[in-house]
Design a protein around this ligand. Structure first.
Ligand code: HEC
Ligand code: HEC
Ligand code: HEC
Ligand code: HEC
Ligand code: HEC
Ligand code: HEC
Ligand code: HEC
Length: 421
């Protein structure tokens, strides 16, 4: 066999390697210059992943470009509708004498604060035996009207028996937990989280149980609950700051009235029957493909003021006689407008002034900014389904909710001496 003398070829190998390295360096510099800066990607961590593969990034990621909306949104009930439990988020008191709750002769609850962790302890009054001690892990409800609490047991979530009621600043029973079952906390099925969080990954079979992936729960109703998972939108605009036209996000103006209503009806149309897990629904989708309407909403009498603004509004003459009215005709979803009656009345007067239908009581009303149309035509009405009982001897108190059936009512709130908004 002929031997190859490699000694003479060595310089060529070095030259070739040198050329290759230079080429690679040039290519690397070129790619680095034209492609987005790596650090931009790194600042946008996905928090959770929707089943369609798109990633959620959280509202902190919107702040840089939508500063005003980001800021006002932090004050909304939506943003505070769920959170991790801590001394700031739990509104109930743990102070001596204020931390007890007793509903019947057999069971009593004490709220305990131990090393900044919070617990609900239940014991049997007759035997003196402790029944249970559950940690308060998750808060459901902004506390505008009240709060309920959830507790983890491994990866399963349970709703605790004692809630907090804001109007009386006291502990109360959790609405919906039957009195005779106060001894047990109840499994928090997907339902609480579907309406009170941005996203939660249910790990139960068919999403029917109460087990969750703790690392994939986004507390509060944040931007991406209404606008969908937006990692692509954020990444695109970070890397193309010169473009002012929105990409990879739905423009609400392009949606039909029903699509716009569905985006709110997802959580504001009572207790719906799921066909698919509720977190699959994204703004723009048709809600009836995901869940069936509340069976109580077949007739007007059955619709509760709590939780079902959608069906009540749809039954109103204002809604039926216009093509465009939806929730955003009166609500700015990015602002806390509770109590701002002047702003709401202005919304009524967009359609009810000068050349249109005026109030019969006093047409002049329609031209006065300080008139409270809402107090007479959308009064607070007691809920049929949400009751609390503050203590053993007290009556059941219904939670008062503003009706969305805009109508003529016999009495206004002001007449009843209750003009609170
Ligand atoms: C790097 C900048 C940037 C970031 C970060 C960003 N956006 Fe945007 N967004 C834009 C631009 C630019 C537009 C188009 C102009 C406008 O409407 O303000 C836009 C428009 C929108 C629109 C309106 C779409 C339309 O067509 O009307 C929505 C909704 C939106 N963004 C939501 C979000 C949310 C939610 C986040 C956070 C998850 C976010 N954006 C983060 C730049 C950004
Ligand atoms: C993911 C479910 C969900 C969606 C979607 C949703 N909401 Fe809500 N909304 C809630 C919950 C839960 C509350 C109660 C929050 C609390 O006080 O804890 C609430 C509260 C409200 C309130 C009362 C605010 C206050 O100050 O107490 C208004 C008004 C409202 N929603 C309007 C809307 C509108 C308009 C839309 C559609 C653009 C919408 N919501 C979409 C779940 C939702
Ligand atoms: C409860 C649902 C909801 C939440 C939560 C929400 N939005 Fe919106 N957003 C809407 C709706 C509905 C519209 C369309 C408003 C309209 O047509 O009047 C909108 C419009 C927008 C627009 C375009 C129009 C405008 O007002 O500039 C931007 C940008 C936007 N949202 C960003 C955000 C950001 C950022 C957050 C979180 C900080 C957020 N949204 C939270 C429902 C929501
Ligand atoms: C179908 C959607 C939906 C489901 C499911 C749901 N909620 Fe709500 N919840 C709402 C809406 C909407 C409001 C506020 C407006 C109203 O009363 O109509 C609300 C209000 C509340 C409030 C009062 C918040 C405040 O301060 O005003 C508490 C507490 C609460 N819910 C707890 C729960 C718990 C606990 C569960 C699970 C057992 C649950 N909710 C399931 C939609 C829902
Ligand atoms: C988008 C336009 C629009 C808005 C906004 C609006 N309405 Fe109306 N409203 C109408 C129309 C149209 C009618 C039907 C008039 C008729 O009977 O011809 C109506 C009817 C009514 C009626 C008579 C109801 C009945 O059954 O006889 C009352 C009361 C009323 N509106 C009050 C209000 C109040 C209060 C607000 C604000 C909270 C409001 N409206 C906001 C368009 C609107
Ligand atoms: C005609 C005007 C109007 C329309 C349309 C409207 N709302 Fe309201 N909504 C109000 C007023 C006024 C209040 C009382 C606000 C306050 O308490 O300061 C209110 C309050 C609420 C509350 C809190 C109720 C309570 O007592 O805690 C919720 C939740 C709500 N609206 C959801 C919706 C949803 C969802 C839609 C669409 C299906 C909608 N609203 C459409 C005027 C309207
Ligand atoms: C003090 C309570 C009160 C206030 C405030 C009030 N209304 Fe009325 N409104 C009534 C009553 C009662 C009727 C029914 C009168 C009748 O049928 O004789 C009525 C009737 C109406 C009608 C039906 C008129 C028709 O032709 O059928 C409209 C529309 C209306 N109001 C709109 C408004 C608007 C908009 C405001 C705020 C600018 C307002 N109302 C403020 C009590 C009130």
């Amino acid at each position: 066999m002929k031997k190859i003398d490699t000694r003479n070829q060595l310089p060529y190998v070095w030259i070739a390697a040198g050329i290759l390295l230079t080429l690679l360096l040039v290519m690397y510099l070129y790619v680095k210059k034209t492609s987005p800066v790596q650090s931009d990607y790194q600042t946008i961590f996905p928090i959770a992943t929707h089943s369609n593969g798109d990633n959620y990034v959280g509202s902190e990621a919107c702040r840089a470009c939508h500063a005003d909306i980001y800021k006002t949104h932090l004050e909304t009930a939506h943003y505070h509708s769920s959170s991790l439990a801590d001394s700031g988020s739990v509104k109930g008191s743990f102070k001596k004498d204020k931390n007890l709750y007793q509903l019947n002769d057999s069971i009593r609850f004490k709220m305990l604060l131990e090393d900044s962790e919070m617990y609900q302890q239940a014991w049997n009054i007759i035997s003196g035996e402790k029944i249970s001690k559950s940690k308060i892990d998750v808060v459901i409800g902004s506390g505008t009207k009240g709060q309920s609490y959830l507790s983890w047991e491994n990866d399963k979530l349970y709703q605790l028996q004692v809630s907090y009621f804001t109007p009386t600043d006291s502990w109360t029973n959790s609405p919906g937990i039957p009195m005779q079952l106060m001894e047990q906390r109840r499994p928090a099925n997907a339902k609480c989280l579907e309406c009170h969080t941005t996203f939660a990954k249910n790990t139960a079979l068919y999403g029917m149980g109460n087990s969750y992936d703790k690392s994939q729960i986004m507390y509060g109703i944040d931007c991406e609950r209404c606008h969908g998972p937006l990692q692509k939108h954020v990444t695109f605009h970070k890397n193309n700051p010169e473009l002012s036209e929105a990409r990879y996000v739905i423009n609400h103006d392009t949606l039909s009235r029903q699509q716009r209503l569905d985006a709110c009806a997802l959580c504001h149309s009572g207790v719906r029957m799921d066909i698919q897990p509720a977190f699959l629904f994204l703004t723009g989708d048709k809600l009836t493909e995901y869940s069936l309407p509340d069976s109580n909403a077949k007739d007007l009498e059955g619709i509760d003021v709590h939780g079902n603004q959608y069906d009540l509004l749809r039954a109103s003459t204002c809604f039926k006689q216009t093509e465009s009215m939806d929730c955003t005709s009166c609500h700015n979803p990015h602002k806390n407008e509770r109590g701002d009656s002047a702003s709401f009345n202005t919304k009524c007067m967009k359609c009810h002034s000068k050349n249109s239908i005026l109030c019969k009581v006093d047409p002049l009303l329609s031209n006065q900014k300080n008139t409270n149309c809402v107090a007479c035509h959308m009064p607070l009405i007691p809920s049929k389904s949400m009751f609390v009982q503050i203590g053993r001897d007290s009556l059941k108190v219904p939670v008062m909710v503003r009706t969305h059936l805009i109508d003529i009512y016999a009495q206004s709130e002001t007449e009843k001496g209750d003009a609170k908004m």
